[in-house]
Design a protein around this ligand. Structure first.
Ligand code: CAA
Length: 286
């Protein structure tokens, strides 16, 4: 039995039998599942009895899940979703938060931030497939993804003020950056929830699908991304995220250097040769 220490200081047991059989180490999670379908990873938050609410254990499971994806370079896109048909994530776990003192609340918020940051910083696109309630921490974790698709029954909102608190997993920061301060303040200060369609009109959600086709449609888009040069996709994500908080001139300089790195790859040669030869490129991700 091998023990590995992760940044969360949690010790993880690896199932030796799985690793012996497959050559890969199989992680064991309590509140998430992680599946690999070819080059697409699917991380499902799985606590349906609590509508997939984010307690400490679940946040740590998500961190380990992201870490596992990092260890699988063949995975080119990650889809983040929730178990069941009712909820994506109904927020941070209120029963766990109820008894927290200030210091514990700071630590809980920081744990949420670290977890969402790991999602945001994953060097591959992450698509949120929001299949039901995405409230509080649910909207916040979706906002940490690169973009959001939703089912028709999904509902979004940051209802924390109705609990006597306010959003603590980045909602006060990521939402204004995405939709502007005025619209974000309206949502956060009223605590009202909105439909997937309204979220789409506000620019929170990219596309809305009937619930039974959400995963299929999300996988189709993931497959489109997978077919592209993986290094170009990663660089584009990095430049967009890093450049977003820089002034335009510095961000464009960053873009130029990252653009140049793309020309040191086999994929650039293959992509442009394939265009000239009028055939489909066969990208290798190197
Ligand atoms: N935390 C803990 N448990 C939760 C939960 C949450 N956020 N949301 C739902 N649950 C539990 C319920 O307590 C209930 O458990 P029991 O069956 O043991 O009673 C179960 O999930 C089913 O929920 P409901 O019976 O309430 O289902 P409903 O269909 O009547 O309502 C809902 C669904 C509208 C999503 C409602 O559950 C709800 O309002 N949930 C809380 C939403 C919320 O306020 N989220 C913000 C949390 S605070 C936060 O996220 C802070 C932050 O930024 C870090």
């Amino acid at each position: 039995m091998e023990l590995i220490i992760y940044p969360t200081n949690r010790l993880i047991d690896y199932a030796t039998t799985d690793s012996e059989q497959t050559g890969r180490q199989k992680m064991e999670y309590k509140n998430i599942s992680l599946a690999f379908e070819g080059e697409i990873g699917i991380l499902m938050i799985n606590r349906p009895k609590s509508l997939n609410a984010l307690n400490i254990e679940t946040l740590k499971d998500i961190q380990m899940g992201i870490q596992e994806v990092k260890e699988h370079p063949e995975v080119k896109v990650l889809i983040l979703t929730g178990a069941g048909e009712k909820a994506f994530v109904a927020g941070a776990d209120i029963t766990e938060m109820k008894g927290m003192n200030s210091l514990q609340a700071v630590q809980f918020s920081k744990l949420g931030h670290l977890t969402l940051r790991m999602i945001q910083d994953l060097d591959r696109p992450v698509i949120a497939a929001v299949n039901g309630f995405a409230l509080g921490g649910g909207t916040e974790i979706a906002l940490a993804c690169d973009f959001i698709y939703a089912s028709e029954n999904a509902r979004f909102g940051l209802p924390e003020v109705t609990l006597g608190i306010f959003p603590g997993f980045g909602g006060t920061q990521r939402l204004p950056r995405l939709i502007g301060k005025g619209k974000a303040k309206e949502l956060i200060l009223t605590g009202k929830t909105i439909s997937a369609e309204e979220a789409s009109q506000m620019g929170i959600v990219n596309r809305v699908f009937p619930q039974d086709s959400l995963m299929g449609e999300t996988k189709k888009v993931a497959t489109q991304i997978v077919a592209n040069g993986a290094i170009g996709v990663r660089l584009a994500k990095m430049v967009m995220d890093t450049g977003f908080n820089m002034d335009l001139e510095e961000a464009c300089t960053l873009e130029s250097y990252a653009f140049g790195i793309g020309f040191a790859t086999e994929d650039q040669k293959e992509g442009m040769t394939a265009f000239v030869e009028k055939r489909k490129p066969n990208f290798k991700g190197r």
